[in-house]
Ligand binder design. Structure first.
Ligand code: GLY
Length: 301
């Protein structure tokens, strides 16, 4: 779809929350980078969202860990992973990009960096009431079910039903935000608490540049949500952008990568991967492996 700039595009129904925070930045002449971080932060701050921020569902040990990234170009990207006890992972990813010579900070090091940047530690590090109830239910099911074949594998159950939340969307979802400002610059931000009840230490695609997010001002921007394990092996967001660089439309570039994922993984009914993409000339698209994905687009109309 072709659109006038500025514009902002975010994943899932909480994309409305994201765009409501990011659009005013763009409308008043702010940068795409400021807009995507404002948008991501708004979803991190929403306690009703159980897959982003500290309201997210925990890992198998009962603790929440966050992954996030921001990017504007190959030489301007930053991310944090396995961040615990700090709320604003996307802003922290931006600080990694702007204030260090590194790209990715993990775990204890990311938390120490957050403290040095003046981020407030959330203490005590407790689950939201909804996450706490979901964790207790998961533990109870896990005790009754036969042990999984591999660590972290879910016991047999209707995962789709189990993970549908109040939004009637599967709760394993990342907020991805792409924006283009009035000057035409692109930026992206991605933030998530990752897969519910994951093996402690598991990091998904979101903080991995090229997997969960990729932006190149010369070719376009793309970001991924869904099962990160299906995105990382094909460098999903990078591949979408590279196909746009070769001349494919955003929709066709996303379709190409989804076909690659179908071809290279054994996809089940529980799996979902979705991408959003935007070109430097303002075209955008969304696409998903399975039904049920939504994205929210805002421009001056
Ligand atoms: N796409 C987010 C994750 O897999 O953690």
């Amino acid at each position: 779809m072709a659109q006038d700039r500025p514009q902002i595009l975010s994943t899932w129904s909480f994309g409305r929350t994201a765009n409501a925070a990011g659009w005013p930045v763009l409308r008043t002449g702010g940068s795409a980078l400021d807009a995507v971080v404002a948008a991501a932060t708004a979803v991190e701050d929403d306690p009703t969202v159980d897959s982003v921020g500290l309201g997210g569902l925990p890992d198998a040990s009962g603790r929440v860990s966050l992954d996030a990234s921001v990017m504007t170009d190959p030489d301007r990207c930053g991310s944090v992973c396995y961040l615990r006890g700090y709320r604003h992972a996307a802003a922290l990813a931006r600080a990694v990009m702007e204030k260090t010579t590194h790209v990715l900070l993990a775990g204890d090091g990311a938390e120490a960096f957050a403290a040095r940047q003046g981020h407030r530690r959330v203490s005590p590090e407790s689950l939201s009431p909804a996450a706490s109830a979901a964790f207790a239910e998961w533990q109870a099911r896990r005790t009754k079910a036969p042990p999984p074949a591999r660590e972290g594998e879910l016991p047999p159950m209707n995962v789709e039903e189990r993970y549908r939340n109040a939004r009637n969307e599967p709760s394993h979802d990342t907020v991805c935000v792409l924006a283009q400002d009035a000057a035409g610059s692109l930026a992206g931000a991605v933030t998530t608490s990752g897969l519910a009840f994951k093996v402690p230490g598991r990091v998904g695609d979101s903080p991995i540049i090229g997997a969960g997010l990729y932006v190149d001002q010369r070719a376009g921007a793309a970001a991924a949500t869904g099962n990160g394990e299906l995105v990382m092996g094909v460098c999903g967001s990078f591949l979408v952008v590279e196909r746009m660089r070769l001349g494919l439309s955003p929709a066709d570039a996303i379709g190409y990568v989804l076909d690659r994922i179908r071809d290279r993984y054994r996809i089940s009914g529980e799996h979902q991967v979705a991408f959003i993409a935007m070109t430097p000339d303002g075209r955008w698209a969304q696409g998903a492996l399975a039904e049920g994905f939504t994205a929210v687009h805002t421009d001056s109309d």
